[in-house]
Ligand binder design. Sequence first.
Ligand SMILES: *Cc1c(COP(=O)(O)O)cnc(C)c1O
Length: 395
Amino acid sequence: MRVPLLDLTEQYRALAEPIQAAIDAVLRSQRFILGPQVKAFEKAIRAYCDSPHAIGVSSGTDALLAILMALGIGRDDAVITTPYTFFATAGCIARTGAKPVLVDIDPETYNISPSAIQEYIEKNCRSGSNDELKTRGGKNVRAIIPVHLFGLCCEMDAIHQISEHYQLDVIEDAAQAIGAEYPLGERTAKAGAMGEVGFFSFYPSKNLGAAGDAGMIICRDAGLAKELRILRDQGMEPRYHHHVIGGNFRLDEIQAAILAVKLPYLERWSAARRDAADFYRAEFSRAGLVKKVVLPAEPYRNRGLTNHHIYHQYVIRTPRRDALREHLTKREIETAIYYPIGLHEQKAFSYLGYKKGDFPETERATRETLALPIYPEITREAQRYVVNAIVEFFG
Ligand SMILES: *Cc1c(COP(=O)(O)O)cnc(C)c1O
C-alpha cells in the first residue's frame, strides 16, 4: 500500500464542477485584478474569522511583508520570532531591514515559548529614553511574530501579557492554522484574529489551498487596513498617485473565486483531520507505542473549543527519527521533516551571529520530529498501515 503525505485529488474530484464554473465565470468577465471575487472572498473570511477587516494578498509571505511595512518596521528595529518555522517568517523581517531576534520553542507544542521571550527581554534588552524597548545593539524591539505551527495556536494569553507590558505589536503567523481556536481569556478566538493583525497562506498544501499562490491579512484597525490596501497595490490611491512605496501584493480574481468555493467546506475538513488525529492516537495506544513515540500535544482539548487543533501536520517525535523515516519510506509511506534546520543555522541568516547550541529545543526538534500522512480524506486503512509499519520498526 502506498500512503502519500497529502493527497488533494479526492477533494478536487468532489468540487471539480463548482470550481470549474467559478473559474469560467471569471474568464467570461475578463476581470482578473481586484474585482468582485476578491471582495466577496474577503467578506467571507471576515465572517469566518469574526474579524472587521480582511485584505486578500498574493501569498502568506507577501501578507507578512506588507504587515511589517504598514507598521513602519525597518532598519532601526528588531522583531522577535521562533527559529522553528518556515523561512518566510524571519525572511520578511530581514527584508524590511529589521533584525530577526530568535527565541527557543516549547518542546511539547513546538511553538514559541512565552517564557523564552520574557527571558530574552529581561536578559538582553533595556529601556530607551522614551521607555521604548532596546536591544543591546540599540535596535527598537517592535513586535513579536508567534507562529501557530502545525495548526496549534501559541499560548496567546501569555504572549499578550508580554506584548502589552512592553508595548509590542503582535503579528500572528496563522499560515498553517486557519480555523484553529484558542481559549483567549473568557472567549474562544480564532487563529489570526486574536490581536491587532494576523495572516493566512493559501499555498496549495495548506488546509485551505488555492490553485497556486494566495494569502490573506486580517486586522482590527480601520487605519491599518486602509494602509495595507494601499501597500498591496503599489502604494497607490487613487490611480497613479503613490503615497508610499508598496508592492504588487494583490490576490487575483481566479484564486479568490476558487477559494470562495472551498471555504464553506473548511470546517468539515478540519473535523476530518481531527478525527484522523484521534484515530492515530487510539491506534498508537492500542499498539502500546505511546512510550516509544511522542504524539502531538493537545493543550486546549476539553476547553470547550471545536478546533482545538486543526492538524495541518500530524507530527510525532522519536530520537530514532531518521531510521524510522527510512523504514517508512521502504513501506511506501511518505513522511516529511518540518523543519530539518533551525533558522539560526541557515546560511542566509549567518550574519545574525547565532551558532549551533543557541536553541537546544529547536535543535532537538529538528533531529527528532517526523510528519506522518494526514489529510481530510485519509482512510482508516491507510492510517492502520502507517501505525503497523511503525510497530514493526520498534519491534
Ligand atoms: C506557508 C507558510 C508561510 C508562507 O506562506 P506562502 O503563501 O507560501 O508565502 C509563512 N509562514 C508559515 C509558518 C508557513 O507555513
